[in-house]
Design a binder for this molecule. Structure first.
Ligand SMILES: C[S@@+](CC[C@H](N)C(=O)[O-])C[C@H]1O[C@@H](n2cnc3c(N)ncnc32)[C@H](O)[C@@H]1O
Length: 483
């Protein structure tokens, strides 16, 4: 993509599969460089965003010099207009362990370091809704102090995704900062869609659009039976949301239905539409405490990194990755690469497709925030995604969205802008064996083993899976088939 005076340039940190990048691009902001730790979301990001250079690795090992070098190579400029990103939230999440000493919390300060180095005209930091209050507000107050010392004016709020046309209950904390004189004061985007509760509706202006329901989000996607995959949407479009997500793309990826054990199916069958696991008689319950069947006439429950809390409104199965992606407002041409899911043990290291979707900022929410940022930055509002190029890449996708997941054909080698934290190009995994060993976090576990693989190696020292890991994969194989 050419640089342009009217096209604000951004850096996306902790970029995941790229929900935030996707929405910013739709608003005309160019995330020219992104940083993400895990190989699988990095692959997804690089595959779907041909205009972004993706640095895959631990941000703590990345020098600011290399970050700037990649920015200059990509844009011809050494400055950015925006630094955006969501440092990992587990340490701050109300759903996770609220440990003040969780080392991941310090990743948050990596974000501050990049802002301090580049002094962008604006920054956008997103996180879990509990961010502001966590640890008695310590992280929030420290962040506010650091950003204020750097000269930024700050605003923060908690945004509701469904108010921006996303068919899902999902709240995010967002903080925006701007440098007075370099960007206009930031104004939050106005909600476009109505309230969740009909009783509350009269409080909102009538021009708000109705909420997008679960049915309006996914009813055009084939009702795949467990174990089956559909490569076309298969059913007629029934809403403008569906039409927008298809946007003329009739090839479908990531739409494979999990095969569940009989016990799980029995458990699902006791839960009526819109109701929870509390309906299941004690003798048919598993250890799970949270599970709900989607209500087709309402918005979806929050899409989480683990897929097994939700059941399809008609079928006795969890939603497919594609259905989850629709609840997150990803377009159908956006392909999630890597393993579809992973077992209990490996979820500590792995970022398979379901997790990539669940971790993402919904693109439509990112777009709404991007449009608001554009009002301050004065950039041209246009969709700058490389849609044609992305779709041409669809022919590189190999495998099924089944357990083994998607890899890329050797044809893709050297064509994704994907680098490690030392700036070296990363070879692509082109087989599922490669995929099974690419997880950077596992390198630590396997550091004493020797690498005997010839290709698809993400970095030196990644070992062939041990017998123990293979055995684990057996466990994972079963778990992948559902709860
Ligand atoms: C909440 S997700 C971000 C989602 C992303 N903004 C999107 O919209 O798709 C946080 C991401 O931070 C990444 N991450 C965690 N530790 C990191 C590190 N040390 N360096 C770089 N990225 C890291 C995680 O792998 C994860 O993908």
């Amino acid at each position: 993509m050419k640089k342009s005076r009217n096209r604000p340039v951004a850096i996306d940190l902790f970029a995941g599969a790229g929900g935030l990048t996707e929405g910013l691009e739709q608003a005309g902001i160019w995330p020219a460089v992104a940083v993400e730790l895990h190989p699988q979301p990095s692959l997804t990001h690089a595959f779907n965003h041909p205009n972004t250079t993706l640095i895959a690795g631990d941000i703590r090992k990345l020098s600011l010099k290399l970050l700037r070098q990649k920015l200059v190579e990509r844009t011809g400029r050494a400055e950015v207009d925006l630094v955006a990103g969501g440092p990992p939230c587990q340490g701050f999440s109300t759903a996770g362990k609220k440990e003040a000493h969780d080392p991941r919390n310090s990743l948050f300060f990596q974000f501050v370091n990049v802002v301090a180095e580049f002094k962008p005209r604006m920054f956008l930091l997103e996180n879990v809704p509990g961010f502001k209050k966590m640890h008695g507000g310590a992280a929030f107050h420290e962040a506010s102090r650091l950003f204020t010392d750097l000269g930024y004016q700050l605003v923060d709020t908690v945004v509701e995704a469904f108010r921006f046309g996303i068919p899902q209950r999902r709240q995010r904390f967002v903080m925006v900062g701007w440098l007075p004189g370099k960007a206009k004061p930031f104004q939050w985007p106005e909600p476009t869609h109505g309230a969740i509760d009909a009783d509350v509706l009269p409080l909102f202006p009538t021009q708000l659009l109705p909420l997008v329901t679960v049915e309006q989000a996914i009813s055009d996607l084939a009702f795949v039976e467990p174990g089956w995959e559909a490569r076309r949407q298969g059913l007629p479009v029934e809403s403008s949301f569906q039409e927008d997500r298809r946007a003329g793309c009739d090839l479908l990826f990531n739409h494979l239905a999990s095969r569940h054990r009989e016990k799980a199916v029995t458990m699902f069958s006791h839960i009526d539409e819109g109701r929870t696991i509390s309906m299941v008689p004690e003798e048919h319950r598993s250890a799970k405490r949270t599970m709900a069947r989607l209500n087709r006439k309402s918005i979806s429950n929050t899409v989480l990194a683990l897929p097994d809390d939700l059941i399809h409104y008609e079928q006795h199965r969890i939603p497919t990755v594609r259905e989850m992606a629709r609840f997150q407002s990803f377009d159908d041409d956006f392909v999630f690469i890597g393993k579809r899911t992973s077992g209990f043990m490996e979820r500590r290291f792995d970022v398979p497709q379901y997790t990539q979707v669940g971790n993402a900022v919904p693109p439509l929410l990112a777009r709404a925030l991007g449009l608001a940022l554009q009002r301050s930055l004065g950039g041209k509002i246009e969709d700058i995604r490389a849609i044609k190029e992305r779709r041409a890449r669809h022919s590189w996708v190999r495998g099924t969205s089944g357990f083994a997941g998607y890899t890329l054909s050797p044809e893709a080698e050297g064509k994704l802008a994907l680098f490690d934290v030392d700036g070296k190009p990363i070879p692509l995994p082109t087989s599922d064996t490669d995929l099974a060993v690419v997880d950077a976090a596992r390198q630590h576990e396997w550091k004493n083993q020797t690498d005997t693989r010839k290709r698809g190696q993400w970095s030196p020292g990644v070992a062939k899976p041990s017998a123990r890991m293979k055995a684990r994969r057996g466990i994972r194989g079963r778990a992948a088939n559902g709860p």
